[in-house]
Ligand binder design. Sequence first.
Ligand code: FAD
Ligand code: DLZ
Ligand code: SF4
Length: 529
Amino acid sequence: MASSKSSRRAPSTEAPSPDTLRVILGDQLTHTISSLSDVDAGRDLVLMAEVDDEATYVRHHPRKIALVFSAMRHFARELEERGLRMRYTRIDDPRNSHSIDGEVERALGENAVQRIVVTHPGEYRVLRYIEQWASRFGVSVDIREDERFLVSIAAFGKWSSGRKTLRMETFYRQSRRDTGVLMDGDSPAGGQWNYDKSNRRRLPADVEPPPIPVFEPDDVTRTVLTLVAARYAGHFGELEPFDLAVTRRDALAALDDFVAHRLASFGHYQDAMKTGQSALFHSVLGFYLNIGLLVPREVIDAVESAYRSDRVPINAAEGFVRQVLGWREYVRGVYWTAMPRYRDLNALNAKRRLPSLYWGAETRMNCLAQCVSQTRRSAYAHHIQRLMVLGNFALLCGIDPAEVNEWYLVVYADAFEWVELPNVTGMILFADGGYLASKPYAAGGAYINRMSDYCGDCHYRVGHKTGEFACPFNYLYWAFLDGHREALSDNPRLAMPYRTLDRMDSTRRDAIRQDARLFLARLDDGECV
Ligand code: FAD
Ligand code: DLZ
Ligand code: SF4
């Protein structure tokens, strides 16, 4: 890989001074990225930079920083092998300005560049500074569509315009039709659009999920691990053992492994949780999709092809495709059509500070303890852990969306604002008032008990509704509905729980309110709950 030093050699007749600077961000590690589609090896310079601004604007989990830096270094080496001229700034380069802006400015100062080409970034914050490059640096700036997504921002904008609330299912069906994925002519493969009903099984005790592939760090990754350990020591999370894929080749191996060994059961056990098993039958591909080592279309095609060749059932293939073609594209569309106002939404007026248990402080609630410690170790939790344990608790306790958003952006190695923010603000906190989801995903302890083995080892009793040993999710759930009656009671999807609440006698309702008040006061006082 070229260092920034070697890329500033005096131009020779073979290598004229570059006139175009192609900027590749840390989540754009895709050989077919639009910013390189017409790259000219003779005239262009490709800039990549490891910078503290991106690693610390929130204090990312060290595994995420190592994943991004190591994948960037491997990708730069591959580009160099393609014959491209690289200007790569390492994190420990003493000349590093530690911002993308600063690195672009330095490159422009040392090369007679007329034009910058970059693919649309994944975050509004980054787009804002890229949009200033033209006036700031006096060069033309070509911001290109990120064609790795199947639905463009413009197409989503057209679809969503005029709708007060959006629904993923409608978007998803349209996307299936538009792309032909899992379609038999005009009909959905297998006859149904959605197989969710078959996808809610608890994991039987005798089902052992296959291991997730591990990738041994090579010398490049080892160097990065040493740097990350030294520079970001105070960040939440464990760096080692580091076993993630950092190259496209290994990410493709992870995809093959998922399709061969876990996809068939993905649907059935999608919602299940088990102590000591972080991924179960999930793909663990979000890390690689989100930095570009894999592109969504190839992942979807691999899954569809497994279904077409009878290797996996339709409920598995459809369940998975819905996540990638449905949810992933949908939340991205919501993000870009609703930013920047989306970041400040707080429809339920939630104000509580994020409790220290999210950062690993002791808790007697076993489900939370398990999910937080797994997150600290691996920078990963599967969807139901994020949604129905960690997210559900944040919703029921009324935690400030800004604090919850920051936590999710910090702790998961697949977290980038375009996907993290709508999932937190829209899906778990209902802070957008129902723009993204039709109802809050609030639930009592019974749901967690049904889908996991956490409750058996808990200090609390999931069957107790109130009282000293009652599962806090139980009374917090009813207290949440009670407290947000004005905002939520008209929601048809909540009609049944509100009827149940209204049928409770006043003694029970008072006990719920009292237990919730005491619990939240103890939480605010920093007591172990
Ligand atoms: P699988 O369960 O195997 O699913 C396959 C793929 O589908 C994922 O890799 C992902 O690309 C996509 N997907 C699934 N659900 C969603 C969803 N709700 N939104 C967008 N894509 C989805 N996903 C992220 O990629 N980054 C985040 O920062 C992120 N934050 C989340 C925060 C909360 C509160 C919640 C509830 C969900 C969040 N998700 C996020 C979505 C989802 O939880 C993760 O994509 C998933 O757990 C990653 O694990 P996996 O790769 O094993 O996914
Ligand atoms: C997440 C991340 C990190 C940790 N570091 C870098 C970096 O040093 N250089 C870089 O170009 N990108 C990094 N990224 C990814 C950016 O934050 C990413 O481009 C934005 O999150 C936009 O999606
Ligand atoms: Fe979580 Fe309640 Fe079960 Fe304990 S009893 S693990 S707090 S759901």
